[in-house]
Write a protein that binds this ligand. Structure first.
Ligand code: NAP
Length: 236
């Protein structure tokens, strides 16, 4: 019987899952990478910091009946490690990936495969809302544009012409509208994270602003994902 669940977290859905598991009386431990100083904490136990690669995670699985990878869709190294470690330890793995966003009427999206590609398609002189998080901002330092860089914590480097906005989503639609207007934003750059942070895309659509959307990295070979906390609970 499944009693002990190790959840690789750092997302809203990992917190929602931990709450459901704890409410069902399961022993749930959520693992956080330790990237943010004041993370939102889930129900149950929490451990923080890397495992030291695949072997370290496989060792940690001695204390778990099931591993749930509920990391962010762009945390692809952790997802690869989870698949390899689960296979090494013989522990069942469930991957939870919230669905990505779908372009609708009025959207002006350009999908790109990477942050590097996003930087390459930005028009000179653009005023950019860079909403891709703290990691990867360095890709944009040579782009001839002005950036409103939004992140939970300050990135190591900023583009030479930029303003830093420290904020944690999800953001209300009205606030996103105000932000785009106040800073006269002409392009939004975002990751196809899916989930509740889509208000910026709606506000961009309303203003007919182009959006450069970075595609998710692929899942490891032979790994399939479920899209919701309910599906994880069904599997368990
Ligand atoms: P990553 O590049 O895929 O992982 C790099 C290394 O960080 C992993 O090899 C692992 O170290 C450690 N790590 C990552 N997630 C971990 C976790 N949940 N528990 C313990 N160790 C973890 O990861 P990332 O993109 O930097 O993301 C780090 C965390 O932030 C993840 O938990 C993710 O859910 C969250 N997050 C990421 C993004 C994003 O855009 N990437 C956005 C929002 C939240 P070891 O090899 O030493 O085990």
């Amino acid at each position: 019987m499944t009693r002990r669940v190790l959840v690789l977290g750092g997302t809203a859905e990992a917190r929602a899952l931990a709450a459901e598991l704890a409410a069902r009386g399961l022993d749930v431990t959520t693992s956080l990478a330790g990237r943010t100083r004041h993370p939102r904490l889930p129900a149950g136990e929490v451990r923080t910091g890397g495992f030291g690669g695949v072997a370290g995670l496989a060792d940690a699985l001695a204390d778990a009946d099931v591993l749930v990878d509920a990391t962010h869709p762009f945390a692809d190294t952790m997802t690869e490690h989870a698949a390899a470690a689960a296979s090494l330890a013989g522990t069942p793995l469930i991957v939870l990936r919230r669905p990505g966003w779908t372009e609708g009427p009025g959207d002006r999206w350009t999908r790109v495969p990477s942050l590097t590609a996003a930087a390459a398609v930005l028009p000179a002189g653009a005023r950019v809302l860079l909403a891709t998080g703290r990691q990867g901002v360095a890709e944009f330092v040579d782009v001839d544009a002005w950036f409103l860089v939004r992140a939970i914590e300050a990135p190591a480097v900023l583009p030479p012409r930029s303003e830093l906005l420290l904020a944690r989503g999800p953001f209300a639609l009205d606030d996103e509208r105000t932000l785009l207007d106040r800073h006269a934003i002409t392009v939004v750059v975002a990751k196809d994270s899916g989930g509740a942070t889509e208000a910026k895309l709606v506000a961009a659509r309303e203003r007919s602003l182009p959006v450069v959307l970075v595609d998710r990295p692929p899942l490891p070979e032979d790994v399939t994902a479920v899209g919701s906390v309910d599906e994880v609970l069904e599997r368990l």
